[in-house]
Design a protein around this ligand. Sequence first.
Ligand code: 3NM
Ligand code: MG
Length: 519
Amino acid sequence: MATNPNLDLSLYLVSDSTPEILGDKDICQVVEQACKGGVTIVQYRDKHAETSVLIKTATKLHSITKKYNVPLLINDRLDVCLAVGAEGVHIGQDDTPLEAVRSMLPSNAIVGVTASSMEEAEAAIQGGADYLGIGTMFATPTKKDTKSIIGTRGTQEILTRCKTGTKHSVGCVAIGSINAANVQRVIHQSTAGENRLNGVAVVSAIMAAADPQGAASELLQRVKNAPEKFYISTRPGSEVASDKGMFEHIPGIIQKHVSSSVLSHNMTNTVVQNFAANVCLATGASPIMSMNGAEAPDLAQLGGGLVINMGTITPDIMNAYQAGVKAYNAAGNPVLLDPVGGGATSVRRQAIQTLLKAGFYDVIKGNEGEIGAVMGSANIQQRGVDSGPSSSSAQQKVEMVKSLAQKERCLVLMTGATDYLSDGTRTAAISNGSKWLGKITGSGCALGSVVVSYLALHRDDKFVAAMAGILHYELAAERAEQHASCRGPGSFIPAFLDELYLIGQDITSVNVSKLARVE
Ligand code: 3NM
Ligand code: MG
């Protein structure tokens, strides 16, 4: 079995024509505009109309799609496909079996199959499907009876079975609530090694758009540009720093940060707002503590980074947070998720799901319980929001951060006496810091505010940027602890703020590579 070489799945329009989606527009006009906008394949899907209507509409659609050299597939109905000479069919798991479809259609017909699990994907590949419609990505009002919502993690699992991009490949598109706002990160996060989506399928993003041509052309452009925007760690084309090379870069990055006034936008909890703002200022960033989702689109344009911190969430705040991550994703500026207390209550576990669905996070940062909660481990029960005693070995923590970084295709930072940072490929344990950081409130949250401004400042390599932020913070804490005036948590705070500032002033005389305890 080999993929049909003419199959271009980049932007797949499913032309559902229910009135809720289409409004009073004409399906044929919308499909024609979508073809002009650049859709690469069209499926006619109508689960209710009579056969004669299906054939009539499909005939009209086919005469349009042919003009644009775009294949037309019919959902489920081989009879309609054969009657109008369409290029193929798409079948769901409850439709006509693949084998029967293959035996009745001409050998060059395109046949696609819906797959929600690895088993369904394997069966479809064995049966000779040309492509898989993988879903449901996210819950969608367009199809309320979907069997499973699999997200990007479920899509990754299915992709492990699909040798996309090889001679024996099956094409792969994802479907379900995909739109211009989330398409790039959906593609970025839906990869398994070399296997990746060939494109996305949408209904409402085009069919319900006021300007279907514009919507299609914007979507196509985003599909084509996806990997550049959400590069995992190292910007395409830039050099991956070796351990040694990394430490050579870091003083320079810190120095640049000190005089940058780079924006650190904090959507954070009420407990730490003041402390985090002071920490940002001392490191050279410019903090803004805005919880208003309505101003996030403007702030997102300023080239800074955003912290989303779940410390004191309410339903209103959750709405603001979703607006925040969407705005920063759209602007291509970094976002750090701090799932404070993520394992403590069912509200917070749900909040993690909501936030992960809402956007892409360049960094997920938390203590061990919080990172565990993001991984979805059911047996993590936190008391309060503070980090509890850990029972995991260093090796287990390394595995945790690495595996979550691979699943979410982002950086993961697990804080504690030793901090663990991973981009899924490179993983480091950083044991600098001070015992007093564990005795003051908000030290983890404020580290997030620093890491995100470093990410905003240094774009070539997120891992190195995060490392620079962490070391600035932890080395300052180490120096503060040495102050004669530092006798406990209370006197540590001013000494720490001083050192965050002072270490930046003479960073060129600090031997970072010697002081860093990084493995
Ligand atoms: N099939 P929208 S989800 C037609 O999961 C369809 O198999 C799905 O619509 C599946 O792009 C879906 O408007 C509807 O969310 C997708
Ligand atoms: Mg279907």
